[in-house]
Design a protein around this ligand. Structure first.
Ligand SMILES: *Cc1c(COP(=O)(O)O)cnc(C)c1O
Length: 219
């Protein structure tokens, strides 16, 4: 679907919710997409992209960044502590802060390198054992711990369980953010970004609706 169609849908969802479109950041999720499709979106003037893996992003974005100004990169996938430095050099925002060990590593590196990406804390709203994220009941404590480390916590992020109504998870995430005084809500993907906007999303992560279905790499 052309980028302009997505933007029109965002505008319509904002209007319905009484929100301002400029308060919703569209992150174009370019993981596993052919480079020519990504470049086509860059040529349309879009600047904000999301990736799931540090390694994959490191392979494609330095070249794009050298040729296009003002690119903002968001890491959406799990981050190993030993890749934190590379991630902090490459990404402007990390959406997957999900454990204290990683918070400590990022805080230490931020001191050392003198800058830190904005951070979202990933919350496992569905309490799924296989999924990353802080449990809802532990979120207040974790936010306090992250703040005590002086980390720039922008907000909360969630990936609702595939088989559940996403709106329940969006409203839970908003409640958790509100009671912790956090403005950012990273929620909503291709299938449900309009609902997420209705529940207050500030960052929507849209991949396949923009770029087409992902061709899964082997393995
Ligand atoms: C892949 C991915 C997306 C985008 O998913 P689509 O359904 O293609 O829009 C959003 N968020 C995260 C964390 C992802 O891994």
């Amino acid at each position: 679907m052309p980028l302009t169609d997505i933007q029109i849908r965002i505008q319509a969802a904002c209007k319905k919710a009484g929100r301002t479109p400029s308060d919703v950041e569209l992150i174009a999720v370019s993981k596993v997409q052919p480079l020519d499709r990504v470049e086509a979106v860059l040529k349309e003037g879009h600047k904000v992209f999301g990736e799931n893996r540090v390694q994959e992003a490191a392979g494609k974005w330095p070249d794009f960044k050298s040729r296009y100004d003002g690119i903002s990169l968001h890491l959406l996938g799990p981050l190993q502590s030993n890749k934190a430095r590379q991630a902090m050099d490459l990404f402007d925002t990390i959406h997957s802060l999900d454990r204290i060990k990683l918070a400590n590593a990022i805080a230490r590196l931020a001191q050392e390198i003198g800058h830190c990406p904005e951070l979202f804390i990933q919350v496992n709203t569905g309490e799924e054992p296989q999924k990353a994220g802080i449990l809802p009941a532990e979120t207040d404590t974790f936010v306090a711990q992250a703040r005590a480390l002086d980390l720039p916590i922008k907000g909360l992020m969630c990936i609702p369980p595939a088989e559940e109504t996403p709106s329940l998870h969006f409203s839970l995430l908003r409640k958790l953010a509100e009671r912790n005084g956090l403005q950012g809500l990273s929620m909503g993907m291709s299938a449900d970004f309009e609902q997420a906007i209705a529940f207050g999303a500030t960052h929507i992560r849209v991949g396949s609706a923009i770029f087409g279905e992902r061709v899964k790499p082997a393995g």
